[in-house]
Design a protein around this ligand. Structure first.
Ligand SMILES: Cc1ncc(COP(=O)(O)O)c(C=O)c1O
Length: 352
């Protein structure tokens, strides 16, 4: 094994049987179950490698977001794009910037390529230290700056002006700016138009969150022609399977279902917010951070104890337990029944 991999922890996917799952920021709605799939066999040439099916998926995604199909590639989750961007951009020892906290896969994939990863700490309220960040970019000249926007796990959303300034700074040093818009449907304002005006900006999108298709593993890369051409040199030719491509395209062509599911998810976000606000009101020294996503970050001294307590009630949330998030938990939305169970369990905790 290469020495660069020594520091990486194996990713262990755990069983969720019997648990209310509020730990992965997924949708609680299964949109595929609302489709009529009786004629599905017609679209399935399982004996052939997928090609037209993936083209159909890209066309459907292009229509859904109103972005040119020739500037979109589909992948096996946006995780695959993060890995491929690192393979495209990074030589061993190259400096890479991530902000802290942010989605851990950026750092992991950069380390796999032997990068020298700089973690730029967000401000206390999780806003960007924009002036310092720009000064550091100009000084250290990172090959890539990765940002999830809205941020996972903080839930905060950076302004257009901040992203414009970072675009300019990364342009000056000839680095890539990767904006990961995994949760953009909950925040509203995509910055994907930056891609067409800036040769070095990449936007990532996913079908795993608001679109409710995490099990299909569909992620999208939006970039200008040159990046599309370059990343196509290293992309596995058939990285999206036939079943996912066909089902994904069918869901995307049902804008009515997507709109309705987003309304339901937004209702549940409001519900979760009110549950957590009530929890914060009756307990001391708990911070609930504002969120533009389908999850909330909560900081409290007894984060681990609360995580264990909810786990004992068969509710899984995310506990971080290190660094800036030493005392932080993240809770995603669930169904009305699941939220009622969460409310009841949090009330029990508050009364102990
Ligand atoms: C910010 C962010 N980007 C990417 C992903 C991965 O998405 P996908 O399921 O498309 O690989 C996640 C999943 O949690 C995420 O939070």
């Amino acid at each position: 094994m290469r020495a660069a991999l020594d520091a990486l922890e194996p990713y262990k996917v755990k069983s969720n049987k019997g648990f209310i799952r509020l730990d992965n920021n997924e949708s609680f709605l299964n949109v595929v179950s609302q489709l009529s799939l009786n004629d599905l066999q017609r679209d399935f040439e399982i004996n052939r490698y997928p090609s037209d099916a993936v083209e159909g998926l890209i066309q459907a995604y292009s229509q859904y977001i109103g972005f040119p199909a020739s500037n979109i590639l589909a992948g096996n989750g946006s995780d695959e794009w993060i890995s491929l961007i690192c393979q495209l951009a990074i030589n061993p020892g190259d400096p890479i910037f991530v902000v802290d906290p942010d989605f851990s896969m950026y750092e992991k994939n950069a380390l796999i390529m032997g990068a020298n990863v700089y973690r730029v700490a967000l401000n206390g309220d999780f806003s960007l230290p924009i002036d310092q960040l720009i000064a550091d970019i100009l000084k250290i000249k990172p090959k890539c700056l990765f940002l999830s926007n809205p941020n996972n796990p903080t839930g905060s959303f950076y302004s257009r002006g901040e992203i414009q300034s970072l675009t300019q700074a990364m342009k000056e040093i000839h680095g890539y700016l990767i904006l990961d818009e995994a949760y953009i449907e909950f925040a509203g304002n995509s910055y994907c138009e930056f891609v067409l005006r800036n040769e070095h900006v990449i936007v990532l999108r996913t079908a795993s969150k608001a679109l409710g298709m995490a099990g299909l593993r569909l992620g999208f890369l939006l970039a200008n022609d040159r990046i599309i051409e370059n990343i196509s040199r290293i992309k596995p030719p058939y990285n999206v399977n036939q079943l996912s491509a066909v089902l994904g395209a069918r869901v995307l062509s049902r804008q009515d279902l997507i709109r309705e599911s987003l309304i339901q998810q937004k209702e549940q976000i409001a519900d979760l917010k009110s549950i957590l606000e009530a929890f914060v009101n009756v307990n001391e020294k708990i911070i609930l951070y504002p969120s533009q996503t389908n999850f909330f970050l909560v900081e409290m001294d007894q984060a681990k104890e609360l995580y264990d307590f909810l786990y004992s009630k068969h509710i899984k949330i995310r506990y971080f337990g290190s660094g800036r998030l030493k005392n932080a938990i993240r809770i995603s939305i669930g169904t009305k029944v699941e939220m009622a169970k969460l409310r009841q369990s949090l009330n029990e905790w508050s009364q102990m």
